[in-house]
Design a protein. Structure first.
Length: 441
């Protein structure tokens, strides 16, 4: 239920609209800081692992543990959100990531690879919260503007994430002053940025958008509907469009993380400097986030399924460009990573919007948490395999496997598209406003 619901009085509708505007502004601020925090450390984590172990295959496990940490953090934190609102869950998540940065710095100082993986698992909570925040932007958004509201929250990460990978060089100076390994500096800066994100949310995400949405629906805030992971999957299984949404989001993220996580190692082996690697990764992050408002507009105007289908095609094109890139070609790497980011944006924005409207509003936080659990868990497996593939077969093989992973999803898109759209409406617990709204394809 949103402010557009005819059952809401004008006064309550005005309050909901005001809270929605404030919520989006606060989320934009926190996402900028969260983007700096997550991208600064993650962009150099594989290089730090390689420096500690001297093994390129093992370096890919930093991405794996980061994704696993994000996946396993998502479930309890989504339950916190279901019980107490978006703000406590998001603040706790960023807090766990700050602890992770401290552990990573300690691992770099002691040259302990296992401790590095523990730190990366905790650090993964930052990525989980950056993604979970997108749903907070939809709690009070009208159905016809959900895609744009969600995409604006994702877009805010652009500013921080573009700067993040380029902070590696100045962060090295900070580390040297403190007597730490140079690459540990990135995680020091990440920790400060993530602290800032937690403070912004803790101080300013008031009133909580999820609690306000429940009040508008007349729900008892003291007795929210919380589902176990198994129950959440059961709800998802009742809607073919929800199944499609999760499949697209998970595969889009898996392909992106798998290819991107090994790109710094691949470029470094070609003799490119940390500065060049940071610039190329900034191009990739621009593709992920900078175009998301346009993607959100297309999702609302053109349709969910057409946009996510386009995302799958763009991801495939990106893998082909990266896999065929000549040795040392910055232009090919930049173009391929830009496409990889745009394809990810299309898949995640369209898929997340489709998931939100394909499940009952009373259980959305739990279902959204289950979706991100699948998303992060599958990308963890992809990142682990990415390191092995690059270490044994090469980077081109990794790009080829990315294309192969997209093929089954293309089939699922085709199968779901020919089903009656009205079947997606037959979901118990959806509000009258949502049931009456026309289905966006």
């Amino acid at each position: 239920m949103t402010a557009a619901d005819p059952r809401i009085s004008p006064d309550l509708a005005g309050r909901a609209a005001a809270v929605q505007r404030r919520t989006v502004r606060v989320l934009i601020g926190s996402q900028i800081l969260g983007g700096v925090g997550s991208s600064t450390g993650f962009s150099l984590s594989t290089l730090l692992a390689k420096e500690i172990t001297g093994n390129a295959a093992l370096s890919g496990l930093t991405g794996t543990f980061s994704s696993l940490g994000a996946a396993f953090a998502t479930i309890p934190l989504s339950r916190v959100m279901a019980a107490r609102g978006r703000r406590p869950g998001l603040v706790l998540g960023y807090g766990a990531a700050v602890v992770g940065t401290v552990v990573v710095v300690l691992a770099a100082r002691l040259h302990l690879y296992p401790l590095l993986l523990v730190g990366m698992a905790l650090f993964g909570s930052a990525s989980a919260m950056n993604l979970q925040a997108r749903y907070a932007g939809t709690d009070l958004a009208p159905a016809e503007r959900r895609g744009r509201a969600l995409s604006m929250v994702i877009w805010a990460v652009t500013i921080g994430s573009i700067f993040g990978p380029n902070l590696g060089h100045p962060a090295e100076g900070t580390a040297r002053v403190l007597g730490l390994p140079p690459l540990a500096g990135a995680f020091l800066w990440s920790g400060f940025a993530l602290c800032g994100a937690a403070l912004v949310l803790g101080l300013f995400l008031r009133p909580d958008p999820l609690l306000v949405a429940r009040e508008l629906r007349g729900e008892d805030a003291a007795a929210p509907k919380r589902l176990s992971l198994k129950q959440s999957f059961a709800v998802i299984g009742e809607s073919p469009r929800a199944v499609l949404a999760i499949a697209v989001v998970a595969v889009s993220h898996t392909v992106m993380v798998s290819v991107m996580s090994m790109t710094p190692v691949h470029m470094n082996s070609d003799g490119m400097s940390v500065t060049v690697i940071g610039l190329v990764l900034s191009v990739h992050i621009t593709g992920m986030y900078a175009f998301s408002p346009l993607v959100g507009f297309a999702v609302d105007r053109v349709g969910r399924i057409p946009v996510l289908s386009s995302g799958m095609a763009i991801l495939a094109a990106a893998c082909l460009v990266l896999g065929s890139a000549p040795m040392g070609s910055r232009a090919y790497m930049a173009a391929g990573l830009l496409l990889l980011g745009i394809g990810w944006s299309c898949g995640v924005v369209a898929g997340s919007t489709l998931l939100t409207e394909s499940t009952p509003d009373r259980v959305r936080p739990s279902v959204q948490g289950a979706s991100d659990f699948v998303m992060q868990g599958s990308s963890a497996g992809g990142a682990a395999l990415a390191g092995l593939v690059v270490g044994t077969l090469g980077y081109s093989w990794l790009a080829g496997l990315g294309v192969a992973l997209l093929a089954p999803v293309a089939v699922l898109v085709a199968v779901t598209s020919v089903r009656r759209p009205a079947a997606a409406d037959n979901i118990p617990g959806r509000s009258v406003q949502e049931d009456a709204a026309p289905q966006v394809p």
